[in-house]
Design a protein around this ligand. Structure first.
Ligand SMILES: NC(=O)c1ccc[n+]([C@@H]2O[C@H](COP(=O)([O-])OP(=O)(O)OC[C@H]3O[C@@H](n4cnc5c(N)ncnc54)[C@H](OP(=O)(O)O)[C@@H]3O)[C@@H](O)[C@H]2O)c1
Length: 395
């Protein structure tokens, strides 16, 4: 695969239906509804969940730089955050904090499935959700989409690729969209063979070439599981069928996403890899406030290189695509098994290659039945975690 005009094909009618019902339409509509509603002179009260993490710390910087953004509430998992915001909470049910704070925007920067209740809380109430916690949308895609449709609020992704894609798609008629390309840096092990990955250490996996992130997503980037999660995330965010979403390796992470249109045009979003850009875009939407990130310098020898991902060496991307296409609770199981396997790898209990093996075996063991409600989804997540723990212990 690659960015190859020869690979073009018309959007099928079925796909058009899907995209029209999908988020491209919803997002455009939300923007049309009242463009003046969110304005730089209007204070936005923000609840920041995951305030001590990589995204959380950068969000604090953005909030501090903009007087129209007010930190109303903050949460962490275990680290103390006393005094950081008028309302704070460490661990526990984060929806209790959200109920007390009644924010205008929830920035969910919790890592993992633990972020799910907060995602659903915001979506159900139509409260703007700036979503870094991609795991919640992957695990609960169908339930979250239903909640989003019911609530009618904005869902602004805080993932550089999805923020980029949303900006390329905003205001475009869904039937004009041909396909979406998500870029991946390839991580620290790009170009290595499977044999060369047998004994890589957590420290090596944590040395990401372009992004400075929390440990879980950094390992996910090294295995390409992160791009698999992003593929599923894009499917639910933009209502695009999986075969309309392509992943290409782009080592410098300059192009974050590209949308091809039916007339042969392609729009790409470029910028230096800096998460303050998508965080600021989501928090100050639609004002696109200034950030300290410098403008892109094209004359300094910028080159753009792309290549197809190596799916044999990094099987988690293909496993995620398959789980997404299977639907039901397969994406939830993919995420759950990956969370368990990454934790085991970081603790030295599992090899790097064992991460994909654990996920593959778990996916082969679950039944993937769709979850009718949140309690069924939580049970599917728990079951996948149990299976993954067992598999990881013997891998
Ligand atoms: N970092 C990036 O550049 C980046 C880019 C795109 C998307 N994302 C996504 O953003 C999310 C956060 O990533 P990160 O890199 O910022 O992770 P991180 O640095 O590991 O931070 C995770 C945050 O979540 C909190 N947390 C963990 N478990 C929790 C729980 N059960 N309840 C409440 N809070 C909990 C942590 O609190 P403690 O510190 O107290 O443990 C910490 O504040 C992930 O979903 C990731 O995929 C990150």
């Amino acid at each position: 695969m690659g960015i190859n005009p020869a690979a073009k094909r018309p959007v099928r009618e079925a796909d058009q239906g899907r995209t029209q019902r999908g988020a491209i339409g919803r997002f455009s509509q939300a923007n049309r509804a009242d463009p003046g509603l969110v304005h730089s002179e209007t204070m936005k009260r923000i609840a920041l969940l995951g305030a001590t993490g990589s995204i959380g710390r950068q969000a604090l910087e953005i909030i501090a730089a903009h007087p129209e953004l007010e930190l109303a509430a903050a949460a962490s998992g275990s680290q103390p955050i006393d005094g950081l915001a008028p309302l704070t909470q460490v661990g526990g049910d984060l929806t209790e904090l959200l109920e007390r704070a009644q924010p205008d925007v929830v920035l969910n920067a919790v890592v993992g499935f633990a972020g799910l209740p907060a995602t659903l809380w915001a979506l159900e109430r139509g409260i703007d959700l700036a979503l870094a916690n991609k795991e919640s949308l992957v695990a609960a895609g169908e339930l979250a989409t239903k909640a989003w449709q019911g609530g009618g609020g904005r869902l602004l992704p805080v993932d550089s690729e999805h923020s980029a894609a949303q900006q390329c798609l905003e205001g475009r008629a869904p039937e004009t969209v041909h396909s979406l390309v998500l870029t991946a840096s390839g991580g620290p092990f790009r170009g290595r063979s499977r044999e060369e990955l047998g004994d890589v250490t957590p420290a090596e996996a944590l040395a990401h070439p372009t992004w400075n992130m929390g440990p879980k997503i950094t390992v996910d980037s090294a295995t390409l599981a992160n791009k698999g999660l992003e593929l599923i995330e894009a499917h639910f965010l933009f209502g695009l069928d999986y075969d309309l979403i392509e992943v290409v390796i782009h080592p410098t992470s300059t192009v974050h996403a590209l949308v091809r249109f039916r007339d042969g045009a392609a729009l790409a979003h470029l910028g230096y890899p800096d998460m303050r850009v998508p965080i600021s875009f989501a928090l100050t939407y639609p004002d696109r406030a200034a950030t300290p990130v410098p403008p892109l310098d094209l004359a300094s020898g910028l080159t753009l290189e792309f290549e197809a991902p190596d799916l044999e060496t990094f099987p988690l991307l293909a496993l995620a695509r398959h789980a997404g296409e299977q639907g039901g609770t397969y994406p939830c199981a993919f995420n759950a098994a990956n969370e368990v396997a990454v934790a085991a790898f970081l603790e030295g209990r599992l090899s790097f290659l064992g991460i994909a093996e654990t996920v593959e075996e778990t996916l082969a063991s679950v039944d993937g039945t769709p979850a009718g409600d949140l309690s069924e989804l939580i049970e599917a997540n728990a079951e996948a975690r149990r299976l993954a723990e067992r598999t990881a212990a013997t891998a």
